[in-house]
Write a new protein. Structure first.
Length: 172
């Protein structure tokens, strides 16, 4: 949004480094995907610094195996988010037999991105959202996280192992 438009709607267009917008999200949160366009626009204004923090929607013990009932629940819920937010959704991720809705690996990848390249963090979250909700890619798999990182950031591909590995277990 340009400076005259900001003034017209009552917003001060001057940068405010004394403020910080903290966006608590999860790469596998449907409403987070639904709000991505608005957050990207907000970040583009460069008035208030934006920091991305992981909420950990379904990590570890809170992860859920997708049985028929869970598939139906999430498919219906995502359809509602799509209607309200206007974002595209696919249910392909839900159709994998025995698939576990565990957001830990994708959250770890965002935390690593934030540490290594803070200015790319929101772009990375948006890429994971698109991969999961539009392309049906299993972003719980480290190999898929690595592939998305290499595809989207190129020059950061050497960091892919650090993004996809669990420092506690060494699982990559």
């Amino acid at each position: 949004m340009d400076k005259p438009r900001l003034l017209e709607i009552g917003l001060d267009p001057k940068p405010r480094p004394d403020l910080e917008f903290i966006y608590v999200c999860d790469p596998m949160c449907s409403w987070c995907w639904g709000s991505t366009p608005a957050l990207q626009q907000f970040e583009g204004w460069n008035r208030i610094p934006l920091r991305v923090v992981m909420g950990g929607l379904r990590t570890g013990p809170q992860a859920q195996v997708m049985d028929a009932e869970a598939r139906q629940h999430f498919a219906t819920y995502w359809q509602g988010v799509a209607q309200r937010a206007g974002q595209a959704f696919t249910t392909a991720s839900l159709e994998r037999d025995g698939w576990r809705y565990d957001t830990e690996q994708s959250c770890r990848s965002v935390v690593t991105m934030r540490e290594l390249s803070p200015h790319d963090t929101l772009r990375w979250v948006a890429r994971l959202h698109r991969a999961f909700y539009v392309e049906g890619i299993d972003v719980t798999e480290p190999s898929e996280l690595t592939a998305r990182l290499e595809e989207h950031f190129g020059d950061l591909s050497e960091l892919a192992v650090g993004v996809a590995c669990d420092p506690e277990t060494g699982r990559c």
